[in-house]
Design a protein. Structure first.
Length: 291
């Protein structure tokens, strides 16, 4: 079954502020959800979801939005409306002869109001494009995952679009810089759903069997799946190492070298009771939400 792209998720100190901006600009109604605010998509137009974060914005987003125009006057009206709603002009290195207008929403998220007559965005609708950093391989992956055809594949640049038309998603061909500052598009567990699932785990495994590891790196594909399905995210880790071996490595400060992670070729969790506990955890979580 193909995934369904529901919304682009962005962090914000106060999700209601950029959500109100985009709802006003796109002519949609913002919806307050557990853990954030959604500006729903309409038809083939992509939705936008804003979630709370205290992470400061330190660099240009690797993803930004392109809005289309039907005439010079329409472009001017969109820019004026965006400024009225709290947007600002920003300089990202655009040249004076370029006809698009670069703005930022009240959360600092960049957007471009594209000049009329842009053939690439013809027929996409007002929210014409989500443009991203990423290689051709990324575009090929999302084409297959979403079941959307490639509508652009040239010089490492790719773009996909629903067979029904609407918002395009494109990648510029450049790899993501591993040394780039942290970005505000990231995996964050839904707080209410996490509390509910955690309570179910504690009831099943006891307080000693459930721990909060704090902020850790996660799996971006899980975020993509949750966003595509339009459901809250709860991502958890399952212990699979012998407790005594883990405790010894922790005490010696050698966890990274002595306890292989799941991306290591030496990864070999203790089969029992890891397998049984993993199945039980999945069943406990499913029953909490399905009962």
């Amino acid at each position: 079954m193909d995934l369904r792209l529901v919304a682009l998720q962005l962090d914000a100190p106060d999700p209601a502020v950029p959500a109100a901006f985009w709802a006003g600009l796109l002519g949609r109604a913002a919806v307050v959800e557990p853990g954030g605010t959604l500006v729903p998509g309409e038809g083939t137009q992509l939705g936008l979801r804003f979630v709370p974060s205290t992470e400061p914005k330190v660099a240009q987003n690797p993803v930004h939005l392109h809005l289309t125009s039907t005439s010079p006057g329409d472009q001017e009206a969109t820019v004026a409306r965006a400024l009225e709603l709290g947007g600002t002009h920003v300089d990202v290195g655009q040249l004076p002869e370029e006809s698009h207008v670069v703005l930022a929403d009240p959360g600092g998220n960049e957007l471009c109001v594209i000049e009329p007559g842009n053939a690439f965005l013809e027929g996409t609708g007002f929210l014409g494009e989500v443009t991203c950093r990423g290689t051709r391989a990324v575009g090929l992956f999302w084409s297959e995952a979403l079941g959307w055809p490639l509508v652009w594949d040239r010089d490492e640049e790719t773009a996909v679009q629903s067979p029904d038309g609407g918002t395009k998603v494109s990648w510029g061909g450049e790899p993501v810089d591993p040394d780039a500052p942290p970005q505000r598009q990231r995996l964050v567990n839904d707080p209410d759903a996490t509390a509910r699932t955690g309570a179910a785990f504690r009831a099943a495994f006891g307080d000693q069997g459930v721990a909060d590891p704090g902020l850790i790196t996660g799996s971006e594909d899980v975020l993509a799946l949750a966003a595509a399905a339009g459901v809250p995210l709860v991502y958890w880790l399952l212990g699979g190492e012998d407790p005594q071996r883990f405790a010894a490595a922790f005490a010696a400060g050698t966890l990274d070298s002595d306890i292989p992670s799941n991306h290591s070729p030496s990864f070999a969790p203790q089969l029992h009771p890891t397998l049984e506990h993993g199945v039980e955890a999945l069943v406990v979580a499913a029953r909490e939400w399905l009962d």
